[in-house]
Design a binder for this molecule. Structure first.
Ligand SMILES: [Zn+2]
Length: 421
């Protein structure tokens, strides 16, 4: 068996790993880079197995429509449904920008949908594929492969801790002693405070801005993080932890994804499963546009990096007032994003106009990734013979390597390098 990391080697973004056996060639993930040009991956796979719907793992799938091979795509049902929505949305955004060439259309996305197998256990010629719950986001799976007497487990993105809506990865359900564990290492060098503490910090911050009757902007991604934050705010208002306040989500895409979540309640925590339509909120209203927002308000909206959509218009509208508060829940911001500029340089530009920032900025990292402690926990439970670290920059991967090198043989592959297993 030969493993070659085609994307996501020593960096985050554009994940794609080729696994070749005597009889069969598969790709694990087929993503795009969110802030750089994405490589064209080979298209001659028998199957592409997708860990989860985030575009850095699934965003290149529509390119497969140009392949002469007829390959199957394997992944969970929610991953399929959300990926299709996200890809269609991406085409819409690209078509609206004259500067960006759109290389495929909706029919390519429909082809992705039609070639998708949602079974969690698939037999390919000489290669068995098995999917395991990964936590991280709804529908996310780890991918287990066995062929030629060897076993490989690819984590995709994962977390062991539970979040507000989702159960973490059940480590006891994973196959032990794989020959190779391919693990993400996004936070390989970092130990985060417990999730509960971060949520309390978020709610205290929100409550304090509400006392001053300020507006609160929470820029997020339409998939999973919007539902997580909206549900948390809704529950806090219901239980009296937060006062009743105008609260909104603005994202038609998120609204569509709510439908997939409501239809797949079994993926979520027991508390969520007990509710009839858990992602129809009691206090958080969905509105179509920013002009429907009654101030003061808390708004959870896209785009997550504030470079477009409702989050950019509300940032522009609210940045200059010191009563207002922007709360970032993600650790990563592209260097040229308006949110990064606004937070660090205290200004940003819209259509060439310089906008000064007086609003308060907070960053509370509510990540769905395992931190160093969780990755170490995974390795010590599974006892892989060898561990390859991907999906993390070199600094994070090296810090993790130090922590696990006594338990397993660790390697940080370079892009394109072929490794025989
Ligand atoms: Zn992810």
């Amino acid at each position: 068996m030969k493993i070659r990391v085609l994307g996501g080697a020593r960096e985050v973004g554009g994940s794609c790993i080729a696994v070749e056996t005597e009889q069969c060639k598969v790709a694990l993930d087929y993503g795009i880079k969110l802030d750089k040009v994405t490589d064209e991956y080979p298209k001659n796979f028998d199957a592409v197995i997708v860990s989860h719907a985030h575009l850095d793992h699934s965003g290149s799938l529509a390119r497969l429509s140009k392949s002469r091979n007829k390959q199957v795509i394997v992944g969970s049902k929610v991953t399929r449904d959300v990926t299709v929505d996200l890809l269609k949305d991406m085409i819409k955004i690209q078509s609206s920008k004259a500067s960006e060439a759109v290389s495929y259309d909706e029919s390519a996305v429909n082809k992705v949908r039609d070639s998708w197998l949602t079974s969690e256990s698939v037999a390919l010629p000489g290669l068995a594929v098995e999917l395991y719950g990964a936590g991280h986001v709804a529908g996310a799976k780890m991918i287990g492969l066995s062929s030629e007497g060897k076993t490989v487990l690819y984590t995709g993105d994962f977390c062991i801790h539970d979040t507000e809506i989702l159960k973490g990865c059940d480590v006891d359900a994973l196959p032990e002693s794989p020959d190779v564990l391919i693990s993400e290492s996004t936070y390989g060098g970092k130990v985060r405070p417990p999730r509960g503490e971060l949520i309390d910090q978020f709610l205290r911050r929100v409550s304090s801005t509400m006392k001053g009757r300020g507006n609160i902007l929470v820029p997020t991604f339409a998939f999973h993080r919007t539902q997580e934050m909206a549900k948390r705010i809704d529950q806090a208002m219901d239980s009296g932890v937060l006062p009743r306040y105008n609260a909104y989500t603005i994202s038609n895409l998120a609204q569509k994804i709510n439908g997939h979540f409501n239809a797949n309640k079994h993926l979520f925590t027991e508390e969520i499963q007990r509710q009839e339509h858990p992602f129809e909120y009691k206090y958080v209203k969905h509105v179509e546009r920013t002009t429907d927002v009654e101030e003061p308000a808390i708004v959870v909206c896209t785009a997550g990096f504030g470079h477009a959509g409702a989050s950019l218009s509300l940032l522009t509208q609210w940045a200059e007032d010191e009563e207002n508060n922007v709360i970032l829940t993600s650790g990563f911001l592209p260097s040229d994003s308006p949110l990064k500029l606004a937070k660090e340089k205290r200004y940003f530009r819209v259509d060439g106009e310089k906008i000064p920032v007086r609003a308060r900025f907070d960053q509370i990292e509510l990540s769905g990734h395992a931190d160093q402690k969780e990755i170490v926990q995974l390795v010590s439970k599974l006892k892989p013979k060898r561990t390859f670290l991907v999906h993390g920059d070199m600094e994070q991967a090296k810090a993790l390597l130090k922590e696990i090198s006594e338990m397993t043989e660790v390697y940080i592959p370079e892009k394109g390098e072929g490794i025989f297993v």
